[in-house]
Structures are given as structure tokens and as C-alpha cells.
Ligand binder design. Structure first.
Ligand code: ZN
Length: 290
């Protein structure tokens, strides 16, 4: 029986950890392995923006590739995964665990000691993509600040929170992200004027100028967290010269904007059924002189 969350090390940037097997569960994709502690980031079905890390579980001298890693939840007995979880991660009365999926025939038993090794190159690429995703969302908020006729909740930098109000889906990729926004009746009622999207090239140019300015600051990035457990709240903090940018976040990130050579967004719109679907593709480039 599992009575507390998996302790997670990835918010500190760790890519290896040691743990003990608390439970195994047969899944369609393989054998699910729950440890007391892990450095491996799992995808959260509730907001599946950052894909799972790649890596291995080494048990008794054998390295088993991790085929997938998903967040599981339990009230004490059965461990539920994916869409079967009826609550959001962090909900009271539940324990949240990282379920590492390995091959069905892996020889894993409760009590086994496990060394977790995360693929560092892939982690770094996803971390860059996730940092770029957050920064781009703030740049888009700023670029659309004049599009509002009514007061709406602001983002952490003071711009009307377009991203928070309109974001439909967000996918982190290696060195980038794809965010889809929906501008329909409810957003218009909140005071957003869709005419602001008529000249998308101008919106993208404003967002990209803002990104260039932020990148030039080489600002530090950190993850603040309420505790070491998977279900504890965590926040991405980017220490920009004008003040901290803060976004609730369960993912992984780089530690400085100085690690990027460039970052840019491209915007694209599709009109359907009285709504506009806006896609923002963000790309980031590592290192080198700017
Ligand atoms: Zn995030």
C-alpha cells in the first residue's frame, strides 16, 4: 500500500537518483514500477504539456529502458493512471506517484533497490523547450496587451493574461513548444478584441522584440517548491530585470536565459465556427554569441 507521494528530484535539475520499489502494476504498455524517489519526470495526464523523460532503471545489475513514465494516483489501494485519475495532481486525500513503465518481462520486485538514470541530452532539450514556452507566453501577453477593452487577471509581469485565459493546449518539444489558443465568444465577452489578430506579423514582431530584450538580460531561472513530493506545488521563476516572472509549473527548466543564443515565435491562425484558433510555435537555440 502506498501512503505518500513519490519524492521527486528533477525540479532541482537532477538526472540520477536511487530509490526502492514500492509497487509494481501490469499495464498495457508494460510493467509499471513505483519507487519511493525518482529523478525521472513523468507526464501528467491532467495537463500533459511536457513529455516523459527517457532513461533507465538499473536493478540487480540490469539496466531496463524506461518506455514511458506517467503520473499515477492512489487513495491507498489501487493505483490509477492517465484518464482513470478522477482528481487533479495534488488533490487532498490522494497520493501521487511516478509510474515508470518498463518491459513486461522485467524482473522487478517490491523492495528492490533501483538506480534511476535520465537521458541528459533529451532532458536538456525539453527543459529548453519548456523555458522557451513560458517566456513566449509572457511575450505574447505583452504583445496583445492593447487588445483588451476590459480588466482581466494579469500575468506575473502585469500584462493582461491572454495565455492563461485562452490557452487550449500546450506541448513542449525538444528546444521549443506549440501552444494553441482559442479566441471565441467567451474571450470576446471578457473584453478581447479579435481585430488585434488581424496583423499577426506585427504581433509576432512585438513578441520577438520582447524575447530578444529578455534574453539579453541573461536572467536566472529557478523552481520554487512547497515540498519535495510529486503533488507539492511548484513554480517557475525567471528573475527578469523588471521583476520576477512566475508561472505555476510541474516541469523542468534551464537555469539561465544566458544558455540561449536565440528564441522566437511564429504565429498562425485558423478561423472556424465563430472562433479563431491561434497557434504559437516557439523555437529556441542553445549557446553561442548573440
Ligand atoms: Zn510549465
Amino acid at each position: 500500500m502506498i501512503s505518500s507521494d513519490t519524492l521527486v528530484d528533477y525540479p532541482t535539475g537532477a538526472t540520477s537518483s536511487r530509490g526502492v520499489v514500492l509497487a509494481t502494476l501490469p499495464l498495457e504498455a508494460g510493467l509499471g514500477v513505483v519507487l519511493d524517489r525518482t529523478a525521472l519526470h513523468a507526464v501528467d495526464a491532467g495537463w500533459p504539456d511536457q513529455p516523459a523523460d527517457r532513461g533507465t532503471l538499473t536493478i540487480g545489475g540490469t539496466a531496463y529502458p524506461v518506455l514511458d513514465a506517467i503520473v499515477g494516483a492512489t487513495e491507498g489501494d489501487e493505483i490509477l493512471v492517465g484518464a482513470d485519475i478522477p482528481v487533479r495532481t495534488g488533490a487532498e486525500g490522494w497520493s501521487f506517484v511516478v509510474v515508470h513503465v518498463v518491459a513486461s518481462d522485467a524482473r522487478v520486485q517490491v523492495g528492490d533497490e533501483v538506480e534511476v538514470t535520465v537521458n541528459e541530452r533529451y532532458r536538456r532539450a525539453l527543459s529548453a523547450g519548456h523555458t522557451a514556452c513560458h517566456l513566449a507566453s509572457l511575450a505574447l501577453d505583452a504583445a496583445l496587451a492593447d487588445a483588451w477593452t476590459k480588466e482581466v487577471p494579469a500575468d506575473s509581469l502585469g500584462a493582461p493574461g491572454f495565455d492563461a485565459l485562452a490557452c487550449d493546449s500546450s506541448l513542449i518539444t525538444e528546444n521549443g513548444s506549440v501552444d494553441v489558443y482559442r479566441i471565441g465568444k467567451s474571450l470576446r465577452r471578457k473584453g478581447f478584441d479579435p481585430a488585434a489578430l488581424d496583423d499577426l506579423a506585427a504581433v509576432a514582431a512585438r513578441a520577438n522584440a520582447q524575447l530578444d530584450e529578455w534574453l539579453a538580460s541573461d536572467a536566472g531561472i529557478r523552481i520554487d517548491r512547497d515540498g519535495p513530493r510529486l503533488g507539492d506545488r511548484r513554480r517557475w521563476v525567471c528573475e527578469l530585470p523588471g521583476g520576477d516572472a512566475v508561472i505555476p509549473c510541474g516541469g523542468t527548466h534551464l537555469t539561465s536565459l544566458g544558455e540561449f543564443a536565440a528564441m522566437a515565435v511564429a504565429l498562425d491562425r485558423q478561423d472556424a465556427e465563430g472562433a479563431v484558433s491561434l497557434t504559437m510555435r516557439t523555437t529556441a537555440v542553445f549557446g553561442g554569441p548573440r
